[in-house]
Design a protein around this ligand. Sequence first.
Ligand SMILES: O=C(O)CCC(=O)C(=O)O
Length: 198
Amino acid sequence: MAGPAGLRGAPPSCVDGLRLLSPLLDPEQADRIMAELVAETPWEAHSFTIFGRTVPMPRLIQMYGPHGYRYSGLSHPPRPLGPRLEALRQQVQGATGLAFNSVLLNLYRSGQDSMGWHRDDDYPHGGQPAVASLSLGATRRFRLRPCGGGEGVALDLESGSLLLLSGEALTGWQHALPRTARPVGPRLNLTWRQMEGA
Ligand SMILES: O=C(O)CCC(=O)C(=O)O
């Protein structure tokens, strides 16, 4: 991991509930699995309306899991995990010691694709709200900021890295993946959640 930016050297443990675990995949594994997932996923391109203007969502997405999920006007029907995602799910569960049954895939095609500021604690989780985030492909900067205002934190998430967000990191902080002007290749992020029917 490159040094965190924005906190001048402070480790990720400066945010309660934020843990960068040992990399889940080595670089070759990460490249291979990313290529396979990018090729086999039925990607969805969405758009949203902001201040009366309809704009494309700056990334492609797909969601898998046993329960349908509706958020921000988007509807995800239940969709079973295929063998590759199932194998990754087992690895993520082993590395975190937590159960996960659902995964959201975000494909950032270039540095122009991004994710805006949001919090991740508002889905039906049945008491296990932790989110495990697996990054594949281009290294991108992940930012967090306290909901109540104050100095933020940034981490450069490398291919194969596994970030766990729980507790205060979910309830007291927002996170985002900003655009970058740097020429970067595609990045695939998989966020694992334990979801219940709404
Ligand atoms: O791509 C990332 O690292 C962020 C993903 C994210 O924030 C989310 O799925 O809620």
